[in-house]
Design a protein around this ligand. Structure first.
Ligand code: SF4
Length: 629
């Protein structure tokens, strides 16, 4: 077994109550690495095609990576995956904090849950042992209360809890799996999968230690990063958090009023990271071993929107989705809405973008107070925002429909409202504008999980000499404009997207990765595992994992026709510094095909070709898909 892994995967069958442990060989780990790699492997191998995402046969996988729990900044990440109830496609979400680290210390690289318990249960994992325990007493409770109750019951304040809130229990397809109460594996509705299995929580405690092949070499990398990050953009992350993104998107890229605009002139100054720092910030928080401490802890003690610091504070994505996208500039209201999402277990992006859809439809007269149960859903109404989030968390009133996500809600309402649902494959768009970042738009369209920014790239990062330096080791030498969609940009996409996917498979934070250097990451993986690895091997690993997720979608019936963006992104901004900017449809189409060719995907089906899967060393996936040579 290579260093860096425990070599053990815990399997839990909630129908039979059985728990078993399997021990994959060293080749498995070097091929699939962790995170999405492990998730995609088991979904492809074991999940029958066409499985109901909310049926007992769906697999729910919690997976760490080779870097998770290593004593180096950014090592606090892990991933959750299943077939998504939101999209019907590959479901995957990453999360930071401490839970993944604790799982490693408890002796497992991953946990695979199948079946369905008859009554609510939670899983208790401690130092190599696992037990299924009753959870009826915490079912229906908010996440912070559950965490406190389980810690008390287990007699250890250091127990780490991954759990669902009431939204997941009630099977909302935009429900998150909350970790440590204030970090969400938010995307693709995995909370509903947990709810469908009657699994309230996975509580973990480990006192073990990650085995490192070359501790001194790893210490050198860790020290280099501590000295290096203050000279990079990660220094801003420490100071103002990811919320710094609000003032970094003033070129017209701040999604406003359901992506109708890219500027929020009337309110952006009130929801910036700087404003948060100077008003409601109580503390900065870190994931395991990270010197950056980019996480916010906010508190509001008076006024209509009280905020409890236990739920952390809003990230850039949350401020964009629940703030500018809904036209809301009241920072306390946004922080309160963030708290409600964390307490009820909702993905803040999908939640905010769905409310923004409803606000636009209401203002256009496509939704009325009769539909909404009397709610006046207008852009800028902070009270309506907060009330709606709570209804969505409880799945009550009009909130029940909205907690299905924007596409399903639009389909249920009809009347042309679907045109305003901002999604790809049914998943709501994150807070980065394809009319400002053309290549990122392509990344949204082709993503196996639907629109996502986590395994994507930001054109603006590669538009100048300084930015392009980070990809020179891959042979990409020239800066590229944000609105370039030519073959050179697609070559960048075909490198940057697999590289971002690799970070997920390693269990390594993308912020630390992007303020580091690719060759430092190679050095780090070598030090942890003892592998004679290279940039080439790691990039191929990222590509392999991405191809497996795409292959899963092919098997579930997805085709190239599903790689589409909302039409709004092909219509020009009417105002602001980016007035006139729009994705050119023909160029975008050409870029998509070029990207397919570079990735070795079939032009018509969008599936990875058999030759590509063989080239990536996973010919068995081609056999499973019955792809011809
Ligand atoms: S940079 Fe932020 S998100 Fe990443 S590991 Fe550090 S504290 Fe966590």
């Amino acid at each position: 077994m290579p260093h860096g892994y425990t070599g053990k995967i815990l399997r839990v069958n909630l129908t039979t109550g059985e728990t078993t442990v399997e021990e994959p060989d060293a080749r498995f780990y070097r091929t699939y690495m962790g995170g999405w790699g492990i998730i995609a492997y088991y979904l492809l191998k074991e999940l029958p095609p066409g499985t109901d995402p909310l049926g007992p046969d769906n697999l729910l996988v919690f997976a760490t990576g080779v870097v998770t729990a290593a004593p180096v900044g950014g090592a606090g990440r892990s991933a959750v995956g299943a077939k998504s109830p939101l999209t019907g496609a590959f479901g995957g979400a990453e999360v930071g904090g401490w839970w993944g680290t604790e799982l490693t210390m408890a002796g497992f690289d991953a946990v695979i849950v199948t079946g369905r318990a008859e009554k609510p249960v939670y899983l208790w994992i401690k130092d190599g042992a696992a037990e299924i325990r009753p959870a009826e007493h915490v079912w229906g409770m908010l996440t912070a209360d559950v965490q406190a109750a389980l810690r008390q019951e287990l007699g250890d304040a250091r127990v780490r809890v991954a759990q669902i809130g009431p939204a997941g229990e009630r099977l909302s397809p935009i429900a998150a799996v909350m970790h440590d109460v204030n970090r969400a594996a938010g995307r693709t509705g995995l909370g509903a999968v947990m709810g469908s299995k009657n699994l309230k929580a996975v509580a973990v405690r480990g006192t073990g230690k990650k085995e490192i092949a070359d501790p001194q070499a790893l210490q050198d990398v860790a020290r280099w990063y501590v000295e290096h990050y203050p000279t990079t953009w990660a220094a801003d992350l420490h100071d103002i958090g990811t919320a710094g993104g609000v003032s970094q998107h003033l070129e017209g890229g701040l999604p406003t009023c359901n992506f109708q605009r890219g500027t929020f002139d009337e309110g952006w100054e009130k929801i910036t990271g700087e404003r948060m720092r100077d008003t409601i910030l109580k503390d900065r928080d870190a994931c395991f071993a990270c010197p950056v401490r980019c996480k916010r802890v906010v508190e509001v003690k008076e006024g209509p929107y009280l905020v409890d610091p236990i739920y952390g504070g809003p990230e850039y994505e949350t401020i964009g989705a629940l703030g500018s996208s809904c036209g809301v500039s009241d920072l306390a209201a946004v922080a309160r809405a963030n708290q409600l999402c964390n307490a009820y277990g909702l993905d803040t992006i999908s939640c905010g973008v769905t409310i923004a859809w409803a606000m636009e439809c209401f203002e256009r007269g496509l939704l009325t107070a009769q539909d909404t149960g009397g709610l006046e859903l207008r852009f800028g109404d902070a009270a309506a925002l907060v009330q709606t989030v709570e209804l969505m968390g409880k799945r009550e009133g009009f909130g029940r429909l909205l907690s299905e996500g924007s596409l399903r809600a639009a389909k249920a309402i009809g009347r042309g409202t679907e045109a305003y649902a901002m999604h790809v494959k049914g998943q709501e768009i994150p807070m980065h504008e394809p009319r400002i970042k053309y290549g990122l738009g392509l990344g949204y369209a082709v993503s196996p999980t639907g629109a996502d920014h986590m395994h994507n790239f930001h054109d603006v990062d590669f538009a100048n000499e300084e930015g392009i330096a980070s990809v020179r080791p891959f042979g990409i030498l020239e800066p590229l404009k944000f609105n370039d969609l030519g073959p050179a940009k697609m070559r960048l996409a075909a490198t940057a997207i697999p590289w971002q996917t690799l970070h997920n498979a390693l269990g390594f934070c993308m912020f630390v990765a992007s303020s580091s250097k690719p060759l430092k990451i190679v050095e780090m993986v070598r030090a942890i595992t003892g592998w004679d690895t290279s940039l080439h091997e790691l990039l191929k690993a990222g590509e392999r994992v991405y191809a497996m997720a795409r292959a899963f979608n092919t098997r579930e019936g997805f085709t190239a026709a599903d790689d589409r963006l909302p039409t709004r992104f092909f219509e020009p901004f009417r105002e602001g510094p980016s007035a006139g900017n729009a994705l050119p449809p023909d160029e975008f189409e050409r870029a998509r095909l070029t990207f397919y060719q570079m990735m070795g995907w079939d032009e018509k089906t969008g599936a990875p070709t058999a030759w590509k899967l063989h080239e990536l060393g996973i010919g068995w996936v081609a056999d499973k898909l019955r792809l011809g040579e």
